[in-house]
Design a protein around this ligand. Sequence first.
Ligand code: DQA
Length: 153
Amino acid sequence: MAEKRAQQKILVIHGPNLNMLGRREPEIYGHQTLEEINNALQARAEQLGLRVETFQSNHEGEMVDRIQQADDVFDGIIINPAAYTHTSVAIRDALSMIAIPIVEIHLSNINKRESFRHTSLIADIATARISGFRAQGYQLALEGLAQLLSVVP
Ligand code: DQA
């Protein structure tokens, strides 16, 4: 009989200004707060048999530190780098170093917005991307990642 695998762990990283969700441009990002999004993620993770840890920072270097520490500890990352999506070579480089699957997520559809948001510096190193489903996208990202992780190579 196959050995039961240890519970898989997912790190969810929220970038700058996402702590303001609920109050921040709700016509673009929706009305849900970050706390509500994180609580919903925890609930779904429990149903899926996963563990989720969430982290938010307004600081690029703190996000880099967290990514560097993730490789040996987590089985996958869901990341919304927010504005750093479009500017941060440092976050791209940190994500490039780790071997676990990465899901890029955006609440809004970044390709439908201003042209400076059309470029994602992590798009070509992410395993998958979800963009435009607002808060619901986090649930979809978790479900997608759970499926990816359950596939036996
Ligand atoms: C965002 C899109 C970014 O362009 C923006 O800077 C954000 C949030 C999104 O989730 O839609 O802060 O990543």
